[in-house]
Write a protein that binds this ligand. Structure first.
Ligand code: FMN
Length: 288
Protein backbone atom coordinates (compact mmCIF):
# COMPACT_ATOMS: atom_id res chain seq x y z
CA UNK A 1 0.00 0.00 0.00
CA UNK A 2 2.90 2.37 0.70
CA UNK A 3 5.18 1.14 -2.04
CA UNK A 4 7.34 3.74 -3.73
CA UNK A 5 10.62 3.60 -5.64
CA UNK A 6 12.32 4.16 -2.27
CA UNK A 7 10.67 1.22 -0.48
CA UNK A 8 11.60 -0.94 -3.47
CA UNK A 9 15.17 0.36 -3.70
CA UNK A 10 15.78 -0.12 0.02
CA UNK A 11 13.67 -3.23 0.60
CA UNK A 12 11.61 -1.66 3.40
CA UNK A 13 7.93 -1.84 4.26
CA UNK A 14 7.13 1.84 4.91
CA UNK A 15 8.65 4.90 3.21
CA UNK A 16 9.95 6.21 6.53
CA UNK A 17 13.65 6.76 7.24
CA UNK A 18 15.21 7.71 10.58
CA UNK A 19 17.59 10.67 10.51
CA UNK A 20 21.29 10.60 11.36
CA UNK A 21 22.41 11.93 14.75
CA UNK A 22 25.94 13.01 15.61
CA UNK A 23 26.60 11.96 19.21
CA UNK A 24 23.96 9.26 19.66
CA UNK A 25 22.94 7.81 16.27
CA UNK A 26 23.69 4.17 17.07
CA UNK A 27 22.07 0.75 16.68
CA UNK A 28 19.94 1.54 19.77
CA UNK A 29 17.63 3.65 17.62
CA UNK A 30 18.44 2.27 14.14
CA UNK A 31 17.62 -1.36 15.04
CA UNK A 32 14.08 -0.67 16.31
CA UNK A 33 13.29 1.60 13.33
CA UNK A 34 14.29 -1.06 10.80
CA UNK A 35 12.56 -3.78 12.76
CA UNK A 36 9.35 -1.68 12.72
CA UNK A 37 9.44 -1.49 8.90
CA UNK A 38 11.28 1.79 8.28
CA UNK A 39 14.97 2.31 7.55
CA UNK A 40 17.16 2.79 10.62
CA UNK A 41 20.41 4.67 10.14
CA UNK A 42 23.61 4.29 12.13
CA UNK A 43 25.66 7.51 12.13
CA UNK A 44 29.29 6.61 11.40
CA UNK A 45 30.45 9.90 12.94
CA UNK A 46 29.03 8.81 16.29
CA UNK A 47 31.05 5.60 16.28
CA UNK A 48 34.16 7.33 14.85
CA UNK A 49 36.43 4.30 14.24
CA UNK A 50 36.02 1.33 11.88
CA UNK A 51 36.28 -1.05 14.85
CA UNK A 52 33.48 0.70 16.78
CA UNK A 53 31.34 0.89 13.64
CA UNK A 54 31.83 -2.86 13.06
CA UNK A 55 30.75 -3.56 16.65
CA UNK A 56 27.63 -1.45 16.26
CA UNK A 57 26.74 -3.12 12.97
CA UNK A 58 27.04 -6.48 14.77
CA UNK A 59 24.72 -5.15 17.50
CA UNK A 60 22.14 -3.99 14.98
CA UNK A 61 22.26 -7.33 13.17
CA UNK A 62 21.39 -9.03 16.45
CA UNK A 63 18.35 -6.74 16.70
CA UNK A 64 16.98 -7.12 13.19
CA UNK A 65 17.60 -8.89 9.91
CA UNK A 66 15.94 -6.06 7.96
CA UNK A 67 17.89 -3.46 5.94
CA UNK A 68 19.99 -0.90 7.81
CA UNK A 69 21.65 2.26 6.52
CA UNK A 70 24.81 4.07 7.55
CA UNK A 71 25.23 7.86 7.46
CA UNK A 72 28.61 9.25 6.52
CA UNK A 73 29.45 12.95 6.81
CA UNK A 74 32.89 13.04 5.16
CA UNK A 75 33.55 16.65 6.22
CA UNK A 76 33.77 15.68 9.87
CA UNK A 77 35.50 12.32 9.31
CA UNK A 78 39.21 12.34 8.48
CA UNK A 79 39.03 8.53 8.19
CA UNK A 80 36.11 8.55 5.73
CA UNK A 81 37.94 6.30 3.21
CA UNK A 82 38.46 3.62 5.81
CA UNK A 83 34.87 3.96 7.02
CA UNK A 84 33.56 3.49 3.47
CA UNK A 85 35.59 0.28 3.09
CA UNK A 86 34.31 -0.96 6.45
CA UNK A 87 30.71 -0.29 5.41
CA UNK A 88 31.22 -2.24 2.17
CA UNK A 89 32.97 -5.13 3.91
CA UNK A 90 30.24 -5.37 6.52
CA UNK A 91 27.64 -5.82 3.79
CA UNK A 92 25.66 -2.63 4.46
CA UNK A 93 23.42 -2.02 1.45
CA UNK A 94 22.40 1.63 1.95
CA UNK A 95 24.61 4.63 2.67
CA UNK A 96 23.54 8.21 3.14
CA UNK A 97 26.24 10.83 2.67
CA UNK A 98 25.77 14.36 3.97
CA UNK A 99 27.44 17.67 4.65
CA UNK A 100 29.53 18.11 1.50
CA UNK A 101 29.60 16.84 -2.07
CA UNK A 102 30.46 13.15 -1.84
CA UNK A 103 30.85 12.14 -5.48
CA UNK A 104 33.96 10.02 -5.00
CA UNK A 105 32.51 8.14 -2.04
CA UNK A 106 29.26 7.72 -3.94
CA UNK A 107 31.08 6.20 -6.93
CA UNK A 108 32.97 3.78 -4.73
CA UNK A 109 29.79 2.73 -2.91
CA UNK A 110 27.84 2.18 -6.11
CA UNK A 111 30.70 0.18 -7.60
CA UNK A 112 30.35 -2.11 -4.57
CA UNK A 113 26.59 -2.44 -5.11
CA UNK A 114 25.57 -0.13 -2.27
CA UNK A 115 22.60 2.24 -2.72
CA UNK A 116 23.91 5.80 -2.45
CA UNK A 117 21.59 8.44 -0.99
CA UNK A 118 22.91 11.98 -0.67
CA UNK A 119 21.43 14.51 1.78
CA UNK A 120 21.31 18.19 0.84
CA UNK A 121 19.79 21.42 2.13
CA UNK A 122 18.83 22.93 -1.23
CA UNK A 123 17.23 21.87 -4.52
CA UNK A 124 20.32 23.21 -6.29
CA UNK A 125 22.46 20.65 -4.53
CA UNK A 126 19.88 17.93 -5.19
CA UNK A 127 20.26 18.60 -8.92
CA UNK A 128 24.07 18.27 -8.56
CA UNK A 129 23.71 15.04 -6.60
CA UNK A 130 21.60 13.56 -9.38
CA UNK A 131 24.25 14.54 -11.93
CA UNK A 132 26.91 12.92 -9.77
CA UNK A 133 25.02 9.63 -9.82
CA UNK A 134 23.20 9.53 -6.47
CA UNK A 135 20.42 6.94 -6.41
CA UNK A 136 18.15 9.22 -4.35
CA UNK A 137 18.31 12.52 -2.48
CA UNK A 138 17.14 13.70 0.92
CA UNK A 139 16.27 17.40 0.86
CA UNK A 140 16.08 19.08 4.27
CA UNK A 141 13.88 22.16 4.60
CA UNK A 142 14.74 25.10 6.83
CA UNK A 143 12.27 23.81 9.46
CA UNK A 144 14.61 20.90 10.01
CA UNK A 145 17.61 20.29 12.24
CA UNK A 146 21.24 19.98 11.20
CA UNK A 147 23.42 21.66 8.63
CA UNK A 148 22.05 25.02 7.45
CA UNK A 149 22.46 26.67 4.06
CA UNK A 150 22.26 30.45 3.52
CA UNK A 151 19.79 29.83 0.66
CA UNK A 152 17.70 27.16 2.36
CA UNK A 153 13.91 27.30 1.95
CA UNK A 154 11.00 25.33 3.37
CA UNK A 155 10.04 21.73 2.72
CA UNK A 156 6.83 23.01 1.10
CA UNK A 157 8.92 24.79 -1.52
CA UNK A 158 11.72 22.20 -1.87
CA UNK A 159 9.79 19.10 -2.71
CA UNK A 160 7.47 20.31 -5.51
CA UNK A 161 10.37 22.24 -7.03
CA UNK A 162 12.71 19.24 -6.94
CA UNK A 163 9.97 16.99 -8.31
CA UNK A 164 9.92 19.12 -11.44
CA UNK A 165 13.69 19.20 -11.82
CA UNK A 166 15.01 15.74 -11.01
CA UNK A 167 14.15 12.17 -11.88
CA UNK A 168 15.71 10.21 -9.05
CA UNK A 169 13.47 9.61 -6.02
CA UNK A 170 13.18 12.44 -3.52
CA UNK A 171 13.05 11.96 0.23
CA UNK A 172 11.48 14.84 2.17
CA UNK A 173 13.00 16.02 5.45
CA UNK A 174 12.60 18.97 7.76
CA UNK A 175 9.62 19.64 9.95
CA UNK A 176 7.86 16.33 9.30
CA UNK A 177 6.59 14.35 12.27
CA UNK A 178 3.11 12.96 11.80
CA UNK A 179 0.62 11.44 9.34
CA UNK A 180 -0.35 14.81 7.90
CA UNK A 181 3.24 15.76 7.16
CA UNK A 182 3.87 12.29 5.74
CA UNK A 183 0.89 12.52 3.36
CA UNK A 184 1.79 16.09 2.40
CA UNK A 185 5.33 15.01 1.52
CA UNK A 186 4.07 12.18 -0.68
CA UNK A 187 1.52 14.49 -2.32
CA UNK A 188 4.28 16.97 -3.14
CA UNK A 189 6.26 14.32 -4.96
CA UNK A 190 8.48 12.76 -2.30
CA UNK A 191 8.75 8.97 -2.21
CA UNK A 192 9.69 8.74 1.46
CA UNK A 193 10.05 10.92 4.54
CA UNK A 194 13.16 11.29 6.66
CA UNK A 195 12.55 12.09 10.31
CA UNK A 196 15.16 13.33 12.74
CA UNK A 197 13.45 15.18 15.57
CA UNK A 198 10.45 12.94 16.19
CA UNK A 199 12.49 9.73 16.44
CA UNK A 200 14.46 11.41 19.26
CA UNK A 201 11.30 11.47 21.39
CA UNK A 202 10.98 7.68 21.37
CA UNK A 203 11.66 5.31 24.25
CA UNK A 204 14.48 3.61 22.35
CA UNK A 205 16.45 6.75 21.44
CA UNK A 206 19.65 6.74 23.55
CA UNK A 207 19.29 10.21 25.06
CA UNK A 208 18.03 11.05 28.54
CA UNK A 209 14.36 10.92 29.57
CA UNK A 210 14.71 14.50 30.78
CA UNK A 211 15.72 15.68 27.33
CA UNK A 212 12.78 13.82 25.80
CA UNK A 213 10.45 15.49 28.32
CA UNK A 214 11.95 18.84 27.32
CA UNK A 215 10.87 18.03 23.77
CA UNK A 216 7.33 17.20 24.90
CA UNK A 217 7.21 20.54 26.75
CA UNK A 218 8.70 22.57 23.88
CA UNK A 219 6.93 24.24 20.97
CA UNK A 220 7.87 25.98 17.70
CA UNK A 221 7.33 29.30 19.52
CA UNK A 222 10.30 28.74 21.85
CA UNK A 223 12.70 31.63 21.07
CA UNK A 224 15.83 29.56 21.75
CA UNK A 225 14.65 26.85 19.37
CA UNK A 226 13.74 29.43 16.73
CA UNK A 227 17.13 31.11 17.01
CA UNK A 228 18.81 27.77 16.38
CA UNK A 229 16.56 26.60 13.54
CA UNK A 230 16.69 29.94 11.76
CA UNK A 231 20.40 30.34 12.47
CA UNK A 232 21.91 33.07 10.29
CA UNK A 233 23.80 32.01 7.16
CA UNK A 234 27.21 30.67 7.95
CA UNK A 235 26.44 29.96 11.60
CA UNK A 236 26.53 26.29 12.41
CA UNK A 237 23.20 25.53 14.00
CA UNK A 238 24.78 23.38 16.67
CA UNK A 239 27.28 26.05 17.65
CA UNK A 240 24.61 28.71 18.03
CA UNK A 241 23.02 27.07 21.05
CA UNK A 242 24.98 24.11 22.40
CA UNK A 243 22.89 21.66 24.35
CA UNK A 244 23.53 18.50 26.27
CA UNK A 245 21.62 16.12 28.41
CA UNK A 246 22.52 15.26 31.96
CA UNK A 247 24.10 12.00 30.84
CA UNK A 248 26.70 14.10 29.02
CA UNK A 249 25.57 13.29 25.47
CA UNK A 250 26.12 16.24 23.17
CA UNK A 251 22.86 17.01 21.41
CA UNK A 252 22.84 19.65 18.71
CA UNK A 253 19.13 20.30 19.18
CA UNK A 254 15.79 19.35 17.71
CA UNK A 255 13.80 21.16 15.03
CA UNK A 256 10.37 22.75 14.57
CA UNK A 257 9.09 19.21 14.00
CA UNK A 258 8.88 19.16 17.81
CA UNK A 259 5.37 20.52 17.25
CA UNK A 260 4.40 16.90 16.51
CA UNK A 261 5.80 15.58 19.80
CA UNK A 262 3.03 15.24 22.43
CA UNK A 263 4.46 12.30 24.34
CA UNK A 264 7.31 9.84 24.35
CA UNK A 265 6.30 6.67 22.51
CA UNK A 266 8.04 3.57 21.21
CA UNK A 267 9.48 3.56 17.70
CA UNK A 268 6.85 1.00 16.70
CA UNK A 269 4.06 3.26 18.04
CA UNK A 270 5.42 6.30 16.22
CA UNK A 271 5.63 4.49 12.87
CA UNK A 272 2.23 2.87 13.33
CA UNK A 273 0.64 6.22 14.34
CA UNK A 274 1.94 7.78 11.13
CA UNK A 275 0.79 4.87 8.98
CA UNK A 276 -2.63 4.50 10.64
CA UNK A 277 -3.23 8.25 10.41
CA UNK A 278 -2.10 8.27 6.77
CA UNK A 279 -4.46 5.41 5.94
CA UNK A 280 -7.34 7.34 7.53
CA UNK A 281 -6.50 10.40 5.41
CA UNK A 282 -6.41 8.23 2.30
CA UNK A 283 -9.82 6.77 3.11
CA UNK A 284 -11.27 10.28 3.61
CA UNK A 285 -9.85 11.39 0.27
CA UNK A 286 -11.24 8.31 -1.47
CA UNK A 287 -14.73 9.14 -0.21
CA UNK A 288 -14.76 12.75 -1.30
C1 FMN B 1 20.36 16.15 17.42
C2 FMN B 1 20.56 16.02 15.95
C3 FMN B 1 21.81 15.63 15.44
C4 FMN B 1 22.01 15.50 14.07
N1 FMN B 1 23.23 15.09 13.60
C5 FMN B 1 23.39 14.85 12.28
C6 FMN B 1 24.62 14.33 11.77
O1 FMN B 1 25.56 14.07 12.51
N2 FMN B 1 24.72 14.11 10.44
C7 FMN B 1 23.69 14.37 9.59
O2 FMN B 1 23.82 14.13 8.39
N3 FMN B 1 22.53 14.90 10.04
C8 FMN B 1 22.35 15.12 11.36
N4 FMN B 1 21.16 15.64 11.81
C9 FMN B 1 20.09 15.98 10.87
C10 FMN B 1 19.05 14.88 10.75
O3 FMN B 1 19.66 13.68 10.29
C11 FMN B 1 17.90 15.27 9.82
O4 FMN B 1 18.41 15.71 8.59
C12 FMN B 1 17.02 16.36 10.42
O5 FMN B 1 16.82 16.13 11.79
C13 FMN B 1 15.68 16.40 9.68
O6 FMN B 1 14.86 17.40 10.19
P1 FMN B 1 13.77 17.17 11.37
O7 FMN B 1 14.55 17.14 12.64
O8 FMN B 1 12.87 18.33 11.26
O9 FMN B 1 13.08 15.86 11.13
C14 FMN B 1 20.95 15.79 13.19
C15 FMN B 1 19.70 16.16 13.69
C16 FMN B 1 19.49 16.28 15.05
C17 FMN B 1 18.13 16.65 15.55
Amino acid sequence: MWQTRITEMLGIEYPIIQGAYGGFGTSAIAGPVSEAGGLGIITAGTLRTPAKLREDIARVRAMTDKPIGVNLSPRSMPNADEIVETIIKEGIKVVETAGVSAEEYGKRLKEAGVVWIHKVATVKHAVSAEKQGADAVVIVGIEGAGHKSPIQVTTLINIPMAAKLIKIPIIAAGGIGDARGFMAALAMGAEAVYLGTVFMATKECPISDRYKQRMVDSSPFDPVLRARVFAPPGAEADEAVPEGDEAGTRISGFSLAVSAVDKVVTVQELIQDIITGAEAIRRRWALS
